[in-house]
Design a protein around this ligand. Structure first.
Ligand code: DGT
Ligand code: CA
Ligand code: CA
Ligand code: ZN
Length: 596
């Protein structure tokens, strides 16, 4: 199989080219063109390489002109881009990491490498400490000290924080602030957290208080604060354990609409919204909306009113990516997004029979308490020794127990398994064992370093198995800890459609897998998505909100999600022979019950 280049590969390429051109001092126009192309391609759900290979005209994509389109073609057909390689040869190694240090612009990076011979952030830190950095043109003592502070803060912040950890930190800080400030009225998260991005650069909080001047100092005084970066009237910035920056701003109740809108972003969404407003003679800022030809700033108590003033419906934060959401809002074609209460089942759950922490009965009881109509217990298969995987004999015993439990519940309890996909794509149980199950999730848990072609063929083979209902956490990534496996997502999703295999959105916040753009592509292809918590603990069931967020970011409504369907329809799909399931799902999604 000739593996395609993923969109992520192309995005990285163009971002790096932009950065290198910046250091070289090339034209701002050219740099901006690469950046804009990268940010557009990042949002695409469909494979750019596939489109290029099919001979599509890539210039129809906003931000993709002749030069960019030719580079994509070159990359796709040869796996290399000569212009990129030329740039990399011209510049010192490691130069891109220097540019990531706040305060280090392209000119400074150039000077630091050329005049001081600096090739790493560690060397930059040394030069800032011993005074050499301050000697550079346009630098000076103060700037050098700032860079030193940023290097240290960056090290402490350790990059972007996975959504789950950011959410926990946000909850903890919010609770502590309420504890510390009797006059606090509300704390609302904005920024990437409110948009449910998979990783968070920093946390943006907006506070409303009866004594606003006390809120910032109260944050700075919390015991979890490691460092105070900014202590101003308008903004307080701190770094809290476990190394997350928090930007706190004070809002006013009658102007929260603009405040929340502005700081929710994304920056790209705001830029487009501002252009849109400008063309209507209005200008936007964090306090409200002002007519360009003068007059007072109008204030808005909430975002609905803010967007309404622009003639737009409210746009869900998950959609605010600066992609197609503005056009959709204008045309009245924003999707009816999935909400948590649409879910009617959870189909990936572990008990203490494998690596879960709770007995079968307690897991079943906890799911029933959510009011679900169906569930599946899916303990690990035998191959996963470390997770106490079940042998066929233990699995058969578990099936017996689940059948007897079923008598006590109105909820349908499916007997399932999370079966390893072995390195060669074979299932970890023989077909006669799989045949006794109602629901089979196939997942990759080992040999994750396989190259793209091998991994794609491996998962594709698993989908051909007639008993495999869904692929679990397809990329096997752990945010901030383990990279996704390398596969051709387009080839896999087409195989899912051809074989009638559902694709899981694993809601565990360290996974979020499928990720949003891949889930959007699955939706476009008519593949049923299933949102599972993969709970190993009764508390894990609440993680469904993260899976719902991924689905919302993928523009999914309940009609796109298998476990949002009423039991009868879900079971009818499950009873349909596998190759016919895609057609069956299309009929469900487009049928009389769609869009409930
Ligand atoms: P992050 O923190 O990297 O995960 O991403 P955000 O989106 O939370 O970004 P952040 O914290 O820098 O700023 C929060 C929002 O505030 C951002 O999404 C849009 C708005 N914002 C901040 N600075 C600017 C700016 O210079 N221009 C515009 N248009 N918006 C800004
Ligand atoms: Ca932020
Ligand atoms: Ca921020
Ligand atoms: Zn798993």
């Amino acid at each position: 199989m000739n593996m395609r280049i993923n969109n992520e590969d192309i995005v990285r390429l163009f971002n790096e080219m932009a950065a290198m051109l910046e250091i070289k001092g090339d034209s701002a126009f050219k740099i901006r063109a690469y950046q804009r192309a990268a940010s557009t391609i990042e949002q695409l759900s469909w494979s750019l390489a596939a489109a290029a290979a099919a001979g599509d005209d890539l210039r129809k994509i906003p931000g993709v002109g002749k030069a960019i389109s030719e580079k994509v073609q070159e990359y796709v057909s040869t796996g290399r881009v000569a212009a990129y390689e030329r740039l990399a040869e011209e510049l010192p190694p490691n130069v891109l990491s220097l540019l990531e240090v706040p305060g280090m612009g392209p000119k400074t990076v150039k000077a630091a490498t050329a005049e001081l011979g600096i090739t790493s952030v560690a060397e930059l830190e040394q030069a800032a400490l011993d005074g050499r950095l301050a000697q550079l043109p346009r630098m000076g003592k103060r700037s050098a000290e700032n860079i030193l502070r940023h290097i240290r803060a960056q090290r402490m912040r350790s990059d972007r924080t996975p959504l789950g950890i950011a959410t926990e930190t946000c909850d903890a800080v919010t609770a502590a602030l309420f504890e510390a400030c009797a006059n606090l009225v509300s704390i609302t998260p904005a920024g990437s957290l409110r948009r449910w991005e998979e990783t968070i650069g920093d946390l943006d909080l907006i506070a409303v208080s009866e004594r606003p001047e006390e809120t910032g100092p109260a944050l700075a005084a919390l015991p979890s604060v490691r460092e105070v970066l900014v202590a101003g009237d308008a903004k307080t910035s701190v770094v809290v354990d476990p190394g997350i920056q928090i930007d706190l701003r004070i809002g006013e109740p009658d102007a929260m609409g603009a405040m929340l809108q502005y700081f929710t972003g994304s920056q790209q969404h705001n830029i487009r919204l501002r252009d849109y407003a400008n063309r209507r003679g209005l200008s936007l800022n964090e306090y409200g909306i002002t007519a360009v030809d003068g007059g007072a700033t109008e204030r808005f108590a909430n975002e609905e009113m803010f967007y309404a003033r622009l003639g737009l419906p409210w746009i869900a934060p998950e959609l605010r990516r600066g992609a197609e959401e503005l056009d959709a809002a204008r045309n009245g074609t924003l999707p009816e997004l999935l909400v948590e209460s649409d879910l009617r089942g959870d189909l990936h759950l572990h008990s203490d029979w494998s690596d879960g922490k709770f007995p079968l009965e307690e897991m079943v009881e906890a799911v029933a308490a959510l009011g679900y109509e169906y569930m599946a217990i899916t303990d690990h298969s035998q191959g996963l020794g470390v997770a106490n995987g079940l042998t066929p004999e233990r699995l058969e015993r578990q099936v017996g127990i689940l059948k007897s439990l079923q008598e006590r519940y109105g909820m349908t309890i499916l007997c399932g398994s999370e079966v390893d996909i072995r390195a060669d794509g074979a299932m970890d149980f023989p077909d006669d064992v799989l045949a006794m199950l109602d629901w089979v999730i196939a997942s990759v848990h080992n040999a994750m370093g396989q190259e793209r072609g091998v991994m794609t063929a491996r998962i594709a083979r698993a989908m051909e198995n007639p008993y495999v209902t869904a692929i679990g956490h397809a990329s096997a990534r752990l945010l901030g800890r383990r990279d996704p496996v390398d596969f051709d997502i387009e080839a896999l999703l087409q195989q899912a459609r051809d074989t009638g295999t559902a694709m899981e959105i694993n809601a565990a916040p360290e996974r979020l897998d499928l990720k949003d753009t891949h889930a959007a592509r699955a939706r476009e292809l008519g593949i049923p998505l299933v949102i599972n918590t993969d709970s190993h603990h009764v508390d894990g069931l609440a993680n469904r909100r993260f899976g719902v967020a991924v689905a919302r970011r993928a523009w999914c409504g309940p009609q796109h999600v298998l476990n949002a369907y009423p039991r009868a329809e879900f079971l009818a799909w499950l009873r349909t022979p596998k190759p016919e399931r895609t057609a069956r799902f299309a009929a469900m999604a487009g049928g009389p019950t769609a869009g409930f």
